[in-house]
Design a protein around this ligand. Structure first.
Ligand code: G6P
Length: 458
């Protein structure tokens, strides 16, 4: 079996909180194959960027690299999160393009390639993750790396015309062709990539959906919907009921129902719209007043980026307005919390919630949706209200109440419907969601992608 080399901007180091599904899945795959996990160390240093750190656990080496302030600003805060992130989430209005940060992004990818290339062997399987590292395979190829390299895009692939608004898009998106296999979250994302490649990327399409270049090089393209560690979450959620934080939450609700949202504080998550829709629910369903409390957990994310700071200010205003307008002496409709919680505690919160609100404006997959489902009590499950613009909607559409997050009245009515749904319908819907969640878990995702990559000729 080939060795596996995983590359991602963030690395889940041994001993750190590895609760994230991706860390568990990739950790298991690395454990089975033996190999290397390579990425940014998480450290921003004053000088001496590029320094490597290494940790070994079992057959797995964790190799990470420091970034200096300027590289981090241009690459992470700049091109990755102020240019590519909004573009890939169809927010052209928020795209900030500067040649300088584009150059910093290339520089950091070249640094990764310089440091990684000497560690690679010809029969390795290299798996690169996400929008931070799109050009990495091309830069590795320039350094003589010939092994099989796959890429998975965790975020959405937008429509071709949107991508065409990015200055110099062909140069960046052309580097996708250095991969052997490109994985996307849904068939629609994969199709949008194919369309881009055909219209703007001089490619034609093979019958199996592969992209074929004028020089006859073939790049395989597929949909690999990411999943969660189902067994772990089911166990955690059942056990979490007795955790003090979960008990305290339940006690504080008295007899009221709970609706929950858990999201990084990110404009793609549709939080202002969600808050407003919740206010609309209270207004449109006066008979339900006081029946439901919304707990929104939103840990601060990418706080150095201006758009994220602006969002935080905006949400504080809306939350204050909703509570100021609707609260009673004994009822605060919206509890808005910026801190993070241990993952096991969150699963307990999910289980305590009659309504799961997952209403992003655009999302590659959204694993909170799947975790909410897995965390439910099968005898008395809650209802998922899910944005049709999240990748997860493609799998969970049989059981979730699908909403358009821009339609505030629609979201408001879905909240009311979820809150009043009879037990038999809740169970039926939950089963319809739990099946795909179980089938396509994080281990199946890893296996499907790596089997496909390993099956390609080196
Ligand atoms: C998204 C991206 C990931 C990223 C995560 C957290 O899920 O697809 O690549 O790691 O957000 O964002 P952060 O900027 O904190 O790494």
């Amino acid at each position: 079996m080939s060795r596996l080399v995983v590359v991602s901007n963030r690395v889940a180091l041994p001993g750190e909180d590895r609760a994230g599904g991706l860390a568990v899945g990739l950790g298991a795959a690395l454990g089975a194959h033996g190999g290397v996990w390579f990425g940014w160390s998480g450290k921003v240093v004053r000088e001496d960027g590029g320094r490597l750190h290494e940790q070994v656990e079992g057959d797995v080496r964790y190799v990470t690299v420091d970034l200096d302030r300027r590289d981090h600003d241009d690459y992470y805060n700049g091109f990755a999160n102020r240019t590519l992130w909004p573009l890939l989430h169809s927010r052209l209005d928020l795209v900030d393009y500067a040649r300088e940060t584009r150059e910093g992004y290339r520089r950091v990818n070249a640094l990764f390639a310089d440091r990684l290339a000497p560690l690679l062997r010809d029969d390795d399987l290299v798996w690169i993750h996400d929008y931070h590292l799109i050009p990495l395979a091309a830069l590795l190829r320039e350094r003589g790396v010939a092994c099989r390299i796959g890429f998975f895009l965790h975020v959405p692939m937008p429509s071709a015309d949107l991508v065409s608004a990015l200055p110099d898009h062909a140069r960046l998106f052309g580097t996708f062709y250095a991969y052997d296999l490109l994985g996307f979250q849904t068939t629609r994302d994969a199709d949008r990539f194919r369309t881009y490649a055909r219209i703007y990327g001089q490619a034609s399409l093979a019958d199996n959906g592969a992209v074929v270049l004028p020089n006859s090089r073939v790049v395989q393209v597929g949909a690999f919907p990411i999943g969660i560690d189902v067994a772990r979450i089911v166990g955690q959620a059942a056990a979490a009921v007795s955790k003090p934080a979960v008990r305290a939450l339940r006690d504080s609700l008295s007899e009221r129902q709970l609706a929950i949202g858990v999201d990084r504080l990110d404009y793609s998550k549709g939080l202002p719209e969600r808050f407003r829709a919740f206010g609309r629910y209270i207004e449109r369903h006066p008979g339900e007043r006081g029946r439901l409390t919304l707990l929104q957990i939103a840990p601060v994310s990418r706080g150095d980026v201006a758009e994220y700071r602006h969002l935080r200010d905006q949400l504080e205003g809306i939350a204050g307005h909703i509570n100021g307008t609707h609260a009673e002496p004994d009822w605060t409709p919206l509890r808005y919390v910026n801190r993070n919680f241990a993952h096991a505690t969150l699963t307990g919160f999910y289980r305590a919630a009659r309504v799961g609100l997952v209403t992003p404006l655009r999302d590659g997959m959204n694993l909170v949706a799947k975790e909410y489902v897995a965390a439910q009590d099968p005898e008395d499950p809650g209802v998922l209200v899910l944005s049709m613009l999240a990748g997860a909607a493609a799998e969970l559409d049989a059981g979730a109440l699908l909403v358009n997050p821009y339609d505030l009245d629609g979201v408001a009515d879905a909240i009311a419907r979820a809150s009043a749904m009879p037990l038999a319908e809740r169970r039926e819907r939950w089963h319809a969601m739990m099946q795909p969640v179980k089938r396509q878990d994080i281990h199946a995702w890893c296996r499907d992608f790596l089997d496909r990559l390993a099956g390609l000729a080196a």
